[in-house]
Design a protein around this ligand. Structure first.
Ligand code: BV8
Length: 248
């Protein structure tokens, strides 16, 4: 059986989506056919929705924060974290880019992570812009910040129609420019700019691998497609775990 990553002294970029958290019990976006309490995700996860009904949107994220905190990383998250350690200890480079906001990769031990769509465990003041860790699960209403403007707090999440956080796209593209391989796991390849990163990797003739439960929308853009669940495929196929000490 050949491994996705054969040798550790390489430069690897991994991007994940909701599929890698599915086996932790967190519903995917397509799995929920894009609905939450009969609201389309795109309608709730947007600045317009927040200004129209901040209580509804705040509670959407509060419920997802509670759920994420009650779930545990699965074997797929752990395999990605172990791959990073294997590569970095051999002098290679590793970057994990996740579209997920559930925080499970960091809890699994991943170190070099860009949460390109933000985090359920972070809030931002809509007035002064301050960003801070926030794991409170008891606030039914969007609280106000203690700044002079008493700004309304919002989730520090990239909503539909919002740009990524400053500098993130540049960091991601710079890592892909330098990488040997771009591995995409558990995403439907529908939402941009994340879904366009494989095109960018292809334009630089990087090796591209996709691991997904079913063929994603952009499957034809990958050199290799491995059909399967992350929690099963990654521990078996991501890298040679048993003799990792022996590799140079
Ligand atoms: C931007 C945080 C522009 C929120 C997310 C109209 C108006 C405005 C913008 C647009 C528009 N039309 C299109 C756009 C662009 C839009 C977009 O792409 N829309 C889509 C719907 C077409 N993008 C944006 O708005 C982005 N910003 O364009 O800014 C701009 C430019 C300049 C100036 C100003 C503005 C921002 C997009 C970010 C949105 N935020 N997340 C939250 O979480 O609440 S997106 C969210 O959905 C996820 O983060 C992810 O990115 C995306 C898709 O989800 P996936 O992760 O792929 O999950 P999904 O369920 O879809 O698929 C799961 C996959 O896993 C499946 O394939 C399944 O088979 C597989 N799977 C399941 N189980 C397993 C598995 N695989 C392995 N193992 C398993 N066990």
């Amino acid at each position: 059986m050949n491994w996705i990553v054969e040798k550790p002294k390489q430069r690897i970029v991994v991007m994940t989506g909701a599929g890698i958290s599915a086996e932790s019990g967190i519903q995917t976006f397509r799995g929920a056919n894009g609905l939450w309490e009969n609201h389309r995700i795109e309608e709730v996860a947007s600045p317009a929705a927040f200004s129209r009904d901040p209580v509804l949107v705040w509670n959407f994220y509060l419920q997802r924060r509670r759920q994420a905190l009650s779930c545990r990383p699965n074997a797929g998250h752990l395999a990605v974290a172990e791959l990073e350690k294997w590569i970095v200890s051999a002098g290679g480079d590793f970057l994990l880019v996740t579209q997920n906001v559930d925080g499970l990769h960091s809890r699994a031990g991943s170190g070099n992570v860009i949460e390109m769509h933000g985090s359920l465990m972070t809030s931002r003041c809509t007035a002064c812009g301050q960003i801070f860790p926030d794991k409170r699960t008891d606030l039914e209403l969007p609280p106000r910040h203690n700044c002079p403007e008493k700004g309304l707090l919002r989730p520090h999440i990239v909503w539909f129609g919002e740009s990524l956080f400053p500098g993130d796209m540049e960091r991601i593209e710079c890592a892909i420019e330098k990488c040997d391989m771009f591995i995409v796991i558990g995403t439907s390849g529908i939402v941009y700019p994340a879904a366009g990163l494989v095109n960018f990797a292809n334009s630089l003739e990087k090796r591209t691998v996709c691991v997904n439960k079913e063929a994603p929308a952009n499957v034809e853009l990958f050199d290799t497609f491995i059909r399967g669940e992350a929690g099963k495929e990654l521990p078996q196929r991501l890298f040679p775990r048993k003799n990792r000490e022996g590799d140079g």
